[in-house]
Design a binder for this molecule. Structure first.
Ligand code: ZN
Length: 176
């Protein structure tokens, strides 16, 4: 009966067949080291802190920036404290439309984005906003980048299932 008790076999991990092994245990200290490749995942908990409203906005289809009531400087990429005067900033809704200030086509990226290359990153300029916003640009022919794209009017679009990441928002051309 007891020989029927065993752990279930699984298909994960490193499955090895026929690894040579000297059963008389001689020369084991001279054995060639085994080298394996395994995925390595770390999950960690972190806080968006005072930038949480930015991500809550993205989840609700609203892109927020910040504004300094002291010197009137406006930030497309939110900053809680004003780089110009050191004042405390307040949240504002960014214009839904802007224009391409500049762009680049990425043929390389971090592990997360590598499978999506080539893709376009653009800096978006907004009326009445002092800084730019770096974002993904869709709807342009990535194989034929053109300087004529600069100045093109674009609008926000949001992924439907928010991931609470800055990539929840991206920009597409305004087609009239
Ligand atoms: Zn200021």
């Amino acid at each position: 009966m007891s020989d029927k008790i065993k752990l279930p076999e699984s298909q994960d991990g490193t499955i090895v067949f026929n690894l040579p092994f000297n059963k008389d245990l001689k020369d084991l200290s001279n054995m060639t080291p085994i080298v394996v490749k395994r995925p390595y995942l770390i999950e960690y908990i972190y806080s968006y802190g005072e930038y949480s409203p930015f991500f809550a906005g993205l989840t609700n289809g609203i892109q927020l920036g910040t504004h300094c009531d002291n010197c009137n400087y406006t930030y497309a990429t939110p900053r809680m404290y004003c780089n110009e005067c050191g004042g405390t900033n307040t949240w504002i809704k960014l214009p839904e439309e802007g224009m391409i200030h500049t762009f680049t086509v990425c043929y390389f990226g971090s592990e997360k984005f590598l499978p999506e290359t080539p893709f376009i990153l653009a800096l978006i300029q907004y009326p009445g906003v002092n800084t730019l916003f770096l974002t993904r640009l869709l709807g342009f022919d990535v194989k034929n980048p053109s300087l004529s794209w600069i100045g093109t009017k674009v609008k926000q679009k949001f992924i439907r299932n928010s991931k609470l990441l800055p990539t929840d928002v991206y920009y597409i051309p305004i087609i009239k």
